[in-house]
Write a protein that binds this ligand. Structure first.
Ligand SMILES: [Zn+2]
Length: 312
């Protein structure tokens, strides 16, 4: 099986627990590596809204350094890719391929020059916000759109090869983003609001626009983004299926991918809560009548094609 996941928060958990990829107790694990034909994971450094200025940059740098140290321990099994050719090579060699990303534009510490800094550190994708407010704009807990700083940041990210990730952004910010972005962007770990009415999920018209612009939407495993409480008890596989099915109805066959959010303090069906668990969900989709081609696109091909095109 092939697997490409657009988002997990494993770096922070590993650093906090003092663990590495060989002794980890995190949801993300490399344990079932031999069962994958290809395995790619975007590894996000999550920067809390409360960390500001230089401290935010240092926080991000230290987590990136931790990730690099852990990957250096297992060169036979994992590689950090920062170009399309490295991505391809890592997949062909059967390694776990990791891509460096950031969750939370607070990482910039309010300094646009840090976009170049993080581009040099091989960051390939960054969310503009987390839930709260930062220098770039407000997340889904707030109402304001992108700030002037945020709009400038989008422009510079695109110029410097950092893919814009709209996960966590609020509706006003999404609208602003549509007006300024020139390249396809990503919602790395967001589901559909029509299936589960929470601000972290995308409205259907937002999803359709993401499709139209050639972007990607990563499906989040978090149970609270799958259903509102009164739907509980239906089983998370069924709920997950509904989001994917509706996205396919909306024309999203070439847009959907995994964005599991593993290790992001999420609760989910334990049988799904690992790379192997999530990847195995493809079998369930096929059993439920989703065509094999669409399942393959969702589990791997869409994200692989996108990063092959836009990672430089
Ligand atoms: Zn998140």
């Amino acid at each position: 099986m092939k697997y490409f996941d657009l988002h997990c928060d494993t770096i922070e958990e590993l650093k906090k627990r003092g663990e590495n990829f060989l002794n980890s107790t995190t949801q993300f694990t490399i344990q079932d590596q031999e069962r994958f034909e290809a395995a790619v994971q975007c590894m996000a450094v999550w920067v809390p809204d409360s960390i500001r200025g230089r401290a935010a940059v240092e926080f991000t740098d230290s987590h990136l350094a931790y990730l690099e140290t852990l990957v250096e321990m297992i060169p036979e099994r994992a590689v950090l890719a920062d170009s399309a050719s490295e991505l391809q090579k890592g997949v062909e060699e059967g390694k776990w391929v990791f891509i460096r990303t950031i969750e939370g534009g607070a990482a910039l510490g309010g300094d646009l020059e840090k976009i170049v800094h993080f581009a040099k550190k091989k960051i390939k994708m960054m969310t503009l916000t987390w839930n709260g407010e930062n220098e770039l704009g407000s997340g889904c807990a707030g109402t304001g759109g992108l700030t002037g700083f945020g709009k400038e940041a989008v422009k510079l990210m695109e110029e410097n090869g950092i893919i814009v990730d709209c996960a966590h952004l609020n509706d006003a910010g999404f609208e602003d983003l549509l007006n300024i972005t020139k390249r396809p962007f990503v919602a790395s770990h967001s589901n559909l609001r029509s299936c589960c009415e929470v601000p972290r999920n995308l409205r259907e018209d937002q999803f359709v626009e993401l499709v139209r612009r050639g972007g990607l939407c990563g499906i989040n495993l978090y149970s609270r983004f799958l259903s509102v409480p009164d739907q509980k008890g239906e089983g998370e596989r069924e709920l997950l299926f509904r989001h994917i099915y509706r996205m396919l109805e909306l024309g999203g066959e070439d847009c959907i991918a995994w964005g599991t959010d593993l290790d992001g303090q999420i609760t989910c069906d334990p049988s799904l809560g690992s790379p192997f668990g999530a990847a195995s969900f493809g079998t369930y989709l096929a059993e439920r009548g989703i065509p094999e081609g669409a399942v393959k696109k969702f589990c791997f091909e869409n994200a692989y094609r996108f990063f092959q095109s836009y990672m430089r």
